[in-house]
Design a protein. Sequence first.
Lengths: 144, 301
Amino acid sequence: MMTNPNGIVTQGQFSFLPPLTDTQITAQIKYALSRGWALSVEYTDDPHPRNTYWEMFGAPMFDLKDPAGILMEVNNCRKTFPNHYIRVMAFSSVRGVESPTMSYIVNRPKNEPGFGLVRQETDGRNIRYTIHSYATDKPEGERY
Amino acid sequence: MTDKIDIQALLEESHINEVLDALDKNLVGLVPVKQRIREIAAYLLITKARLQLGIEAAKPSLHMCFTGNPGTGKTTVALKMAEMLHRLGYIRQNHVISVTRDDLVGQYIGHTAPKTKEVIKKAMGGVLFIDEAYYLYKPENERDYGQESIEILLQTMENHRDDLVVILAGYQDRMGTFFKSNPGLSSRIAHHIDFPDYNEDELLQITKLMSDAMHYNLDTNASKAMQEYIQRRKQQPHFANARSIRNALDRARLRQANRLFNDAIQNKKHATAADLSLITEADIRASRVFTNHKITDNKTG
């Protein structure tokens, strides 16, 4: 029953902290830019922890120098998907591929129903456990 | 918290005088422009002091419009302006993103907004320089997508005043019509700066500056020829002030290279360093401007 003190999904950085303010997000973006990382904004309404690939909100921003442009995109995404999970990711190209270096949630649904534990009976009365997000019972786009 | 502020210290820490001095030294003529920039610099410095003392609450609007004929130094001044604003702390990045209509306006429905936003995102924190801004608005085509771009720009200029400074540039008369049809844009621009044309003496001075920068010398006769060239070139269409001078010099360099090349092959002459950097009268007089053919395109030399 994936519960935690706040009753919210905890993925990526800063997720046990209170929601980041715009100033704090700007500071994080600034840090990423100072390391030469590219940033992107992604969203989803499937909070399952194994859901690694979220939808991209526009292409990753490779040639921006100032955090204001990225924050603008975050706010655009919030406006478009006010009730989705939105995260900011940073990518480093040092290894020759764009590898994620940062990922933090900047927007979440007002009401997060959480996860249920599903038990599957298999051979020899064995039980397999998995988790199931209540939100995904509804079709995509109508979940929150 | 004191209610006194040391303007001298503010001036020194921003090193803004260096920018203004460089502007004076590297730009020939343009006296009214330099005057206006000094005024703006002083105003911004005082506003900064007022902000620090809490008299002023909001940052001033910094959007500008540069009008003037081609080759009068609008882009050069925009770069200096960005440096100045950066040093005074009004913009966070010392970068100028220079765009024209093609970078902002899309080809089909729904293409313009993302394109404009992309450019704005890139320019955030610095200066967005829109060259030939009047092209954005095409009154003869009511389905033109330029209007959409203007609306997005307007919105950004208002909502992201702290993040972005927009400088529009273009010919004066066309910019006049442009602003008349977009009154919202005109009222959001705090500073209109007009760039006058250069006179002949100033153009000759520019020639000197440019050839020095390229490490070339013009001898006395070549300078005289250049003077005559400027007089003639000014009468012809598509005269683009300093840019025409640059083009003329580039072509003179070509001819000089050709002359040295032929000398070396035919007369087996060795060239000295002085020869290599000398532009002679002949190099300039070979220009088509000195022949009496009527020239209509701007690729004249």
